[in-house]
Design a protein around this ligand. Structure first.
Ligand code: URA
Length: 255
């Protein structure tokens, strides 16, 4: 890239411009796309190596996470185990672990993607603008994190510049997420956004899959648009409303 920006900085800049309302990508001079080198991010050698099961004598992070998660007999112990887990690079860039918020044992457990700046600062998921919208969405169907909803994220640490989580980061932290769900014992999982959809169900395509029931971790799962996406695309709130009504009907035993 001529600007010298790396992929993630360039993407963050682009998202910022979209947020400001930019709708067209037009340069001053025409670009011959056939002569532009392929700048898509390729895994660096170190990243590939980190994802490959460890050499003898080295701890495999996924196995360490599995053992740590399995050893946790309560949500408090799980939080401690995650605090002590040192294999995920994201931990070094984040201010703190963002474990969960809301009511443990609630019938509904929401799984978001990863903490943003506000969540990183406060140590709780969904407290920024997206979180405020989430609270309003929940209130519309008589749900409230202080009473009957439990909330966590696929990743407990903020990725730098809010970049998308890497597959190896998700894979490494998934044993903790699975244990989290098992210990919180919800009846229904609400999975928000594409990253979470991929992490929990191994599927992408939230636009196609939203509003549909699926099954993961032994529980019924409903997929919904992420509230941050709804802030950017308010016209999609109509579909989100339909999905909320579907959730409400299920909770009442009507669907
Ligand atoms: N987006 C998420 O997916 N999770 C949060 O906690 C905040 C924003």
């Amino acid at each position: 890239m001529e600007s010298g920006l790396d992929y993630y900085s360039a993407r963050a800049l682009l998202e910022w411009q979209v947020e400001l309302g930019v709708t067209e990508a037009i340069g001053d001079a025409p670009v011959d796309r056939y002569s532009v080198p392929d700048m898509s991010p390729k895994p660096k050698k170190a990243e590939v190596a980190a994802a490959i099961p460890s050499k003898p004598g080295q701890a495999d992070p996924v196995m360490v996470a599995q053992a740590a998660a399995k050893g946790a007999g309560s949500l408090d112990q799980l939080r401690d185990a995650m605090e002590a887990f040192d294999h995920c690079e994201l931990k070094r860039g984040a201010r703190q672990l963002v474990f969960a918020d809301g009511t443990p044992g609630a019938r509904v457990m929401i799984i978001g993607e990863a903490p943003g700046r506000d969540e990183d600062r406060e140590g709780k998921p969904f407290v920024g603008r997206a979180g405020q919208l989430l609270d309003r969405m929940l209130a519309a169907i008589d749900l409230d994190r202080r009473q009957n909803v439990y909330i966590t994220n696929v990743l407990p640490w903020r990725p730098p510049q809010n970049r998308d989580p890497k597959p190896e980061e998700i894979g490494m932290m998934k044993p903790f997420l699975e244990r989290h769900v098992a210990l919180a014992r919800p009846e229904i999982l609400v999975v928000m956004g594409n990253i979470s959809c991929q992490a929990v169900l191994g599927k992408r395509g939230i636009t196609r899959l939203r509003g549909q029931w699926d099954q993961a971790m032994g529980l019924p799962v409903i997929l919904m648009f992420h509230p941050a996406y709804l802030l950017r695309q308010p016209q999609m709130k109509r579909q989100a409303w339909a999905d909320l009504l579907e959730l409400k009907a299920r909770l009442r035993g009507e669907s």
